[in-house]
Design a protein around this ligand. Structure first.
Ligand SMILES: Cc1cc2nc3c(=O)[nH]c(=O)nc-3n(C[C@H](O)[C@H](O)[C@H](O)COP(=O)(O)OP(=O)(O)OC[C@H]3O[C@@H](n4cnc5c(N)ncnc54)[C@H](O)[C@@H]3O)c2cc1C
Length: 382
């Protein structure tokens, strides 16, 4: 039996370490993060494409991103680590009337919240993305403050700063059960013994539902496989190459080393923990990329991988106290946005747990919101 921890964080991906950092900064007490793998970030975090954007369709996601982008910009000041947030911008290419209508509405909302986002005519797209075929495009939206980040750099920065402030990390420690008594988790049971606890933070990513099950909770988070491909070096990829999302085809692309990273969300994939690479999925990505960027004709595939989105029914995260288990707090279900929302998620979680008013209103992300089905949905999902 270990000594009691004021907070046990389950999961050492970007969300778990961000929570550890902000909780330690709040001087929350004894903080223990448990990770079943020998290293941090080996699940979804290491698979992330690195896109960071605030161009969402829902208020809460725009505000989560705007807060995160602010925190990414002052990451060195906050953590002492020099992780680069490369603000090359994010461009959504629109070729269908319905997308133009939807994005125009979203831009209005984004601007009303203070986001600096431009609407580009097809003839202006080439100024930022000369390699993109524009003949079928009607419009693009572009936010210069969005950009890219290396998940590993940010994870390491949070980890090191959290440890310096006294948070402890236990590797190869798998949570196998939660002991619940009188509506509270009293102990976190692991393969290396039990940890009596004050608060338990569920940051188990695509495995969050299994942690919920241990406390008798049916958490609405499903693992969905997503794949990426990178190319070898390409002459036309310059340092200011923006992140590009072709909304109609679902292709996204950004600079990676001296080539490109290409990704696509296959909406037909069923929930499972399978992360084997499906060659048909790869072919689909390459076809879409070639169609939008014909110069890729001679590109070579350098690498490819599959990872898991941790997806909720409305594509928005679940952040908040579990209604039926008083000291269980979920920070899960980021639905493809976990890297970009990690700073805000870590900050608001620690504020709520410390009894403060959160910097932004996250009531739309509450765990009990699905009681009456899906009320609102994030539609700008990649
Ligand atoms: C292909 C792909 C591209 C993506 N691109 C982007 C992007 O461009 N931008 C973006 O913002 N997001 C992106 N994402 C999403 C992002 O990667 C995730 O939202 C984010 O990494 C989630 O972080 P996490 O810490 O919640 O989960 P994880 O990184 O999966 O961490 C959860 C941790 O919990 C541990 N764990 C689970 N169960 C237990 C247990 N029982 N005991 C102990 N430990 C346990 C796991 O080992 C794991 O390390 C992408 C995801 C994929 C797959």
């Amino acid at each position: 039996m270990s000594t009691k921890a004021d907070a046990v964080i389950i999961g050492g991906g970007i969300i778990g370490v961000a929570v550890a950092f902000y909780l330690a900064r709040e001087k929350f007490g004894e903080i223990v993060l448990v990770e079943r793998e020998p290293l941090l970030g080996t699940c979804s975090t290491s698979k992330a494409a690195g896109g960071i954007r605030a161009q969402f369709a829902s208020k809460v996601n725009i505000e989560m991103s705007m807060l995160s982008e602010k925190l990414f910009c002052r990451f060195k000041e906050d953590t002492g680590s020099d992780a680069l947030f490369d603000q090359v911008g994010y461009m959504f290419l629109l070729s269908r009337d319905e997308d133009v209508a939807q994005f125009t509405k979203s831009v209005e909302l984004q601007r009303s919240l203070g986001l600096n986002v431009d609407i580009l005519k097809p003839e202006d797209i080439g100024l930022y993305a000369p390699h993109v075929r524009t003949d079928d495009l009607l419009m693009a939206t572009f936010c210069k403050d969005d950009g890219l980040a290396d998940p590993h750099e940010f994870l390491t920065g949070y980890e090191q700063a959290a440890r310096r402030m006294g948070a402890r990390i236990r590797f190869e420690t798998e949570v196998t059960d939660l002991t619940v008594s009188s509506g509270k988790v009293t102990e976190v049971v692991t393969n290396k013994g039990t940890i009596p606890c004050g608060t338990v933070v569920n940051a188990a990513g695509a495995f969050a539902k299994l942690i919920g099950n241990m406390a008798g909770v049916n958490l609405k988070v499903e693992p969905i496989r997503r794949q990426c491909v990178t190319t070898g070096p390409l002459d036309f990829v310059k340092p200011d190459f923006p992140m590009i999302v072709d909304v109609a085809s679902g292709l996204y692309s950004h600079k990676e080393s001296k080539g490109l990273l290409l990704g696509w969300a296959d909406k037909s994939v069923e929930p499972s923990f399978d992360i084997s690479i499906d060659p048909d999925y790869t072919d689909n990505i390459l076809e879409r990329a070639l169609d939008r960027m014909p110069q890729l004709e001679t590109a070579e595939v350098a690498n490819q991988w599959a990872g898991l989105y941790e997806t909720t029914p409305d594509h928005r995260a679940i952040i908040g106290r579990e209604p039926s288990v008083a000291n269980l707090f979920h920070v899960v279900g980021f639905s493809g946005h976990g890297l970009m929302h990690a700073p805000a998620a870590g900050m608001v979680t620690s504020e709520i747990l410390a009894g403060k008013e959160p910097t932004i209103d996250i009531s739309d992300l509450s765990p009990d919101r699905f009681a009456n089905g899906i009320v609102a949905e994030e539609t700008n999902v990649i």
